[in-house]
Design a protein around this ligand. Structure first.
Ligand code: CU
Length: 153
């Protein structure tokens, strides 16, 4: 009577271990691994910067050339003002397009997807120091530069 009970308990034990290991494996390969590969670790200060930073696309931007994006040569600091919003205050759709394909290792490819319509915005969280010249795709004479610097604090 005691022998079958023992083997039954043993069987349940083996199944439990197999199920447990499968759950760990599924979790590791399905969630933990892709997550850790996809996103580098970024400090809270950089993920939640203190000050909003706005670059205006001015009314009549098409004729303004290098003063279409204001400030035209912008510098932002990581952990302080690295969340940047381009605001289209013109009556024409524009884009924010890097001169050369540029990516941030946390936020991915930089640049507006399609046009930014009048009254709309394009927002990008920078997490790395770099300097990016950009322009407007339909009006390539509209040019700007965004420089991202490490904060000294
Ligand atoms: Cu434009």
């Amino acid at each position: 009577m005691s022998a079958p009970q023992t083997s039954h308990a043993y069987g349940i034990g083996v199944i439990t271990v197999i199920v447990g290991m499968s759950v760990v494996l599924i979790f590791y390969s399905g969630f933990y691994l892709p997550e850790s590969l996809a996103k580098p670790t970024v400090s809270e200060h950089i993920l939640n910067p203190e000050e909003p930073f706005v670059i205006e696309i001015v009314p009549g931007a098409v004729t303004e050339g290098n003063e279409s994006y204001v400030p035209n040569k912008a510098t932002v600091l990581l952990g302080i003002s690295n969340l940047v919003t381009w605001e289209n205050n013109d009556e024409t759709p524009h884009t924010v397009t890097p001169d050369h394909r540029t990516a941030d290792s946390y936020s991915g490819d930089f640049g507006s997807v399609g046009v930014v319509m009048p009254g709309e915005t394009f927002e990008f969280l920078f997490t790395e120091a770099q300097e990016i010249p950009y322009h407007c795709e339909p009006h390539p004479w509209m040019k700007g530069t965004i420089k991202i610097e490490k904060s000294r604090f």
